[in-house]
Design a protein around this ligand. Sequence first.
Ligand SMILES: Cc1cc2nc3c(=O)[nH]c(=O)nc-3n(C[C@H](O)[C@H](O)[C@H](O)COP(=O)(O)O)c2cc1C
Length: 345
Amino acid sequence: MYALIRPLLFAMQAEKAHYFTFRLIKFIARIPGMKAFLHALYNPTRPGDQVQLFGLNFPNRVGLAAGFDKDAKLFEELACFGFGFIEIGTITPRPQSGNPQPRLFRLLKDQAIINRMGFNNEGMAAAAYRLSKRKNKSVIIGGNIGKNKLTPNEEATSDYIKVFDELYPYVDYFVVNVSSPNTPGLRELQEKEPLTKLLHTLQQLNNSKPLRKPLLLKIAPDLSHQQLDDIVDIAFACKLDGIIATNTTICREGLQTPANELQAIGPGGLSGKPLTRRSTEVIRYIVQKSEGKIPVIGVGGIMNGNDALEKIHAGASLIQVYTGFVYRGPSLIREAVETIRNHKK
Ligand SMILES: Cc1cc2nc3c(=O)[nH]c(=O)nc-3n(C[C@H](O)[C@H](O)[C@H](O)COP(=O)(O)O)c2cc1C
């Protein structure tokens, strides 16, 4: 079915296509009985696909990565396609409009996307309100949290605390996002000192709650081995529940898209096929360095079942997709779930 709709979507400007898809899915899902029908049609999950991780029971290993449903507007409908979990966000305390458009570009020759959205979102109160109305309690929801663009890094911790507190009642796990290339200076928070401070403070808050929630860190693919070693140390020191590897890259090496087109697009994070190998390397490095003691959610360039399997073989416990979902539609979820099921070592 997606093969029929894709030419229409790809004829539109990328961000317009995104919102059009949202409206289309909402419209279709409103038809009585349609959610159950979509679930029956698409959901590939079988009993053996389940995974227990961070005290949560994931129906399968394939999730939707952050940035697709930034404002928690569509997670119930998206769950019908068979995702094992859905990460909303990145959510900031106050609403912000993000960078000027155009800010989302398809690189067809590379099966990739460049984005510089800049955490456009309606803010934590709007997301919390929508999540509070959630009907389907069985879908696992991750809350990906960030800081507002105008908040200086020295005050970033208070932004993360605010969003953590606001979303705490409604999400099943949290992801601290310090790895987006599109908020100026954000990635500096990945350095040892500020990151340790941020995560310690969040864990203190987490531990003060009646029931602590799994806390994960999402990292960039552009970190050096030394920086990854630091991340592993910090993960142990701050008792993180896991690491999400990786966000988009600022690297532009080896692309088929001509240099002048890339120049016209400008800065942003690259995702999709050109990211596959690098993100798998980062996953493998973290798993080896931590001797498998830190669970990793693998994300970056999963475009087919084999890419998904490679992430699992590199040591990822779960995986997420974004760009592959844009290029392939819901069939990617089934392919990933089934390939993992059939080939898992
Ligand atoms: C348009 C777009 C927006 C994104 N927004 C976010 C975001 O808000 N927060 C975040 O942590 N990651 C965000 N990401 C990164 C994805 O979650 C994912 O880590 C990255 O795209 C690599 O996976 P992929 O190759 O499957 O797309 C975004 C990616 C894209 C393409």
